[in-house]
Design a protein around this ligand. Structure first.
Ligand SMILES: [Zn+2]
Length: 89
């Protein structure tokens, strides 16, 4: 469970946090206040994934390697999104 940015109760499920994006606001089951993932976290995550995969394709231009690097990066990004704290909305 992840802490709510308002009441600090462990009211946010890991899967709820995983699928929470900066675009959609969620409501805390404990205090009823809104929370979401930071906009900057989402923006930086996508930017980092695209730039990392572009860099790999420039260094070693093979389509399979490009998709493997993109896949590996999204796994890391998913783990990072769970760890990035929720923010108040
Ligand atoms: Zn709360």
């Amino acid at each position: 469970m992840v802490s709510c940015p308002h009441c600090h109760a462990k009211s946010i499920g890991v899967f709820q946090k995983l699928f929470a994006t900066p675009l959609f606001v969620h409501r805390c089951a404990n205090c009823g206040e809104n929370w979401a993932t930071s906009r900057w976290a989402g923006f930086l995550g996508v930017l980092a994934a695209v730039s990392f995969s572009t860099l790999i394709s420039i260094i070693h231009p093979a389509p399979l390697l490009f998709f493997l690097s993109l896949g590996a990066f999204f796994v890391v990004l998913t783990l990072a999104l769970i760890l990035i704290p929720a923010v108040q909305r």
